[in-house]
Design a binder for this molecule. Structure first.
Ligand code: HEC
Ligand code: HEC
Length: 286
């Protein structure tokens, strides 16, 4: 009797194991296909300025658009996530130093990466939030490239980003979106240059960099990943302007609690008064 039970338990376990292996193989192949997909993109044709005003504008934008939050203050890159079984995300070294951009990385390659989330060979970059940047104006895009192209070289080699088994499954199930290139309309032109004014329209432009976490409707995904609603129906809509600005500048809410990672408040702390007021106006209008 006992023997029979053991035999059956063994068979059930074997069957389960085969099912798990079968599912994982399917997930792995599917994610690998997405990773190897080649996007045919016609990058904008832009002449990159080299004057000091544009470089200064680019330096500011690299902070307020969050680039240096991931790629490091010196743009020498850093590992932004690493966990056994999940994988590793490396925001690459964007300088011309050792371990930096490949030789000949030109304006079109910058545009492909920033606006489309795609590498020079057409394959998607992993976790680079190009969806937030696809609608940057030409003026802003040019200034960012102008600044990045002339930063001092940083010699820092990194291992490649890696999609581990956990991340493969999460990506296959749609719980993790690693390839921004998949959700971008690659034919959209950039919007006209934005006037820095306290208007909801400019606020919407400022809020582009909030969308990959708080979602395009700014309602977040409180149940799924804890990203709060910051639209007019969210808790923060009840704060005074002063409280709202102070929270985004200091990383502390009016009730004293800290804004936890991954909320990039170092990025919002660099917002100008106009950017803050316009952002607030936009968030309250939706
Ligand atoms: C949320 C983190 C994050 C932010 C914010 C971010 N990046 Fe990235 N970026 C990455 C990651 C991760 C990679 C590498 C992806 C890979 O390994 O496939 C990357 C890759 C790149 C590359 C490709 C480099 C190469 O060697 O091919 C460029 C260029 C780039 N980023 C520029 C920018 C710029 C400019 C900004 C701001 C406008 C920015 N990034 C903002 C995470 C980020
Ligand atoms: C990388 C993801 C990410 C990005 C980008 C991001 N946020 Fe957040 N934000 C979060 C998370 C996660 C929290 C919750 C933090 C916590 O639990 O303490 C948060 C919290 C907040 C809060 C506090 C809300 C509350 O109800 O307590 C505000 C306000 C906020 N974010 C505004 C913004 C704005 C404005 C932008 C864009 C300029 C932005 N965030 C960009 C992830 C992000």
């Amino acid at each position: 009797m006992l023997r029979k039970i053991m035999k059956w338990t063994g068979r059930v376990l074997l069957l389960l194991l085969l099912l798990v292996i079968g599912y994982y193989t399917k997930a792995y192949i599917s994610v690998e296909n997405r990773r190897q997909k080649v996007y045919t993109i016609k990058p904008l044709h832009l002449d990159i300025p080299t004057d000091s005003a544009n470089i200064a504008l680019g330096k500011r934008l690299v902070t307020v658009k969050g680039c240096d939050d991931c790629h490091g203050k010196d743009l020498g890159g850093r590992t932004i996530f690493e966990k056994e079984g999940m994988g590793r995300l490396v925001a690459r070294n964007l300088t011309k130093g050792e371990g930096g951009l490949r030789p000949g990385f030109g304006t079109e390659d910058w545009i492909r990466a920033i606006r489309h989330g795609v590498q020079p060979d057409g394959k998607p970059l992993i976790y680079m939030p190009a969806g937030d940047y696809n609608q940057l104006s030409e003026t802003d895009l040019k200034a960012i490239i102008a600044y990045c192209s002339q930063v001092p070289p940083v010699n820092r080699k990194h291992p490649d980003s890696e999609i581990g088994p956990g991340a493969t499954i999460a990506t296959d199930l749609g719980a993790l979106s690693l390839f921004e290139a998949e959700s971008i309309d690659h034919t959209l032109p950039p919007p006209p240059a934005q006037e820095e004014k306290v208007t909801a329209e400019f606020g919407k432009y400022v809020a582009l960099v909030c969308t990959h976490c708080h979602q395009p409707n700014m309602k977040g995904k409180p149940e799924e990943d804890g990203t709060p609603d910051i639209s007019s129906t969210g808790k923060s809509a009840k704060w005074t302007d002063e409280q709202f600005f102070r929270t985004l500048r200091t990383g502390k809410r009016p009730d004293g609690t800290a804004l936890k990672a991954p909320m990039p408040w170092q990025m919002t702390s660099a917002f100008s008064d106009t950017e803050m007021r316009a952002l607030r106006m936009y968030l309250r209008s939706i």
